[in-house]
Design a protein around this ligand. Sequence first.
Ligand code: PEP
Ligand code: MG
Length: 604
Amino acid sequence: MRRLTGIGVSPGVVSGRAVILIQRAHVLRYQIAPERVAHELARLDASRTRCREQLADIRARVAQRRPEMASLFDAQLLMLDDPMLLPRAVAIVREQRVNAEWAVQQVFHELGAVFDEVADPYLRERKGDVADLVGRLRMNLRQGAATPRDLLREVDEASVLIADELTPSLAAQVDWSRVRGFATDAGSRTYHTAILARSLEVPAVVGLHDASTRIQAGEIVVLDGSASELIVDPSPEELARAARRSDDRRPAARAPGAPADDAERKRPATTADGVRIRLEANVEFPADLATARYAGAEGIGLYRTEFQLASGVGGSDEAGDIVDEDRQYEIYRGMLEGMAPGAVTVRTFDLDEDQLASHLSQNPLAGGWLAREARASRQGLRGLRLSLTRPELFRVQLRALLRAARHGQLRIMFPFVSSVEQLRDARAMVAGAAADLAARGETVPRVPIGVMIEIPAAAYTADLLAREVDFFTIGTNDLIQYCLAVDRADERVSRLYEPLHPAILRMIVMVRRAAARQRIPVSLCGEMASDPALLLLLVGLGLVEFSMTPGAIPVAKQVLAEARSDELRSLARRVLRLAAIEDIERELMTAVARIGHAKGGVVS
Ligand code: PEP
Ligand code: MG
């Protein structure tokens, strides 16, 4: 039995057989039944035959124009028959009973190590040729074969997915009734896949560094998202304990003191002394609306529209098409009608160029978009910046939104704004989209326009931005990573990702004051709000509107109902005077314990 410790990002305990996904190399490792070995070997053989034909063809064409380059492909053809390559892959399939893709990947790993040891730089560089050939073998293995996405829909029931990283788009397509939970090497609490896990109520542990290389496909594991633990090869007692604890998988029901009855869930949130707190839901898919309503959300405070690009929009299997105005209109209209009379705050696409490009080129690998998120800190052409460079796409989204506006209470919000100029340009685009509709004879109601405050520059100029918008939403997930210079997807620095850093608390106060001076509403939609202890502090700092993962709403109501706003304000005053994060944490936990909800706090 081995215990690996990571960051628990979605509570619950599950057990099952490990399925390994190496998403960085787009390879899934899974154990195959003995009778499938012959099939995998035949696939390897077919791939070799296709590679040989392709390389011979390329060689002939190159030889006509650049004879001196033809030898490169002779070398690859020779490698194809090298006993260290395919015969070794065959042995791995036989001995380890794994799929052919994984065996080829393993061989590359072994050969790569040999090349790295070679002293001669010319020979060392031949590793690139091996990589080229292995890539071709893998490509040919894929022909007619299932993609990781398909395989993840087909794995045995009672599997636990262990991945180096798991992109949100792939996570959105897994059949979670078969895959019981997941663990990843990369990631942090605010990584989009972690957010998705909580909203899907799938137990998850991230930030395990190297779990995907330390666990064998088919090994039994217990994943405990509440204890941030992955137990490999558990004892029979551990397994029995996991089975007992996995009976109830719904976090909202499991949470201490979560209200059970309908009237209780629908009751608006107030503090013990009657200060009204507005609680809305963050959603990624239209289908989340039902969960949000069930949890008692008063509206949708953040709809992350870029998730339309993952398949499964609105329960359909087709990938969403961002260039289709009617399709977008139907989605927004459905959300607005479904949430009425509550408001729906729709955030325009928050994509970066790679995500957009991979979608537009229909890259089939792992659903494409967001594929790079775990490695890139996404500081480039992203969010509103990207939308402004692609007016043809942006205007379609804005037209679809404005058309939908008459079906409910819509608010439009721009992500990743760092200057007033960008906001003005975006407003001009809204006016342009409205003009397009007017020209078609459609009337457009006035729609409140707001910005996410998630870049430190926006927080520092909140007073200037406040004059030109109808509302603010503080996005602490990004604000923390950009303010503290900590990539939120990089597990190696995730300990430094600290919502209680004095700089973050001061920025929140600064933004709240700027909004108050201009008399515009300000909400906070980062993951911070889902943590009951942090929520109490945020109320003490003067915020009264939040948007959070739906499952966190019932507990938030309960915690707020037992806290007095004057006590929370004085807690916030004490905290703002402290310099060290550990002192702030201690002060907060003491106050939370006094309120009687030490159990509910998950400050980490
Ligand atoms: C945020 O940055 O806080 C936020 C809510 O947006 P996202 O997590 O989608 O970047
Ligand atoms: Mg953000």
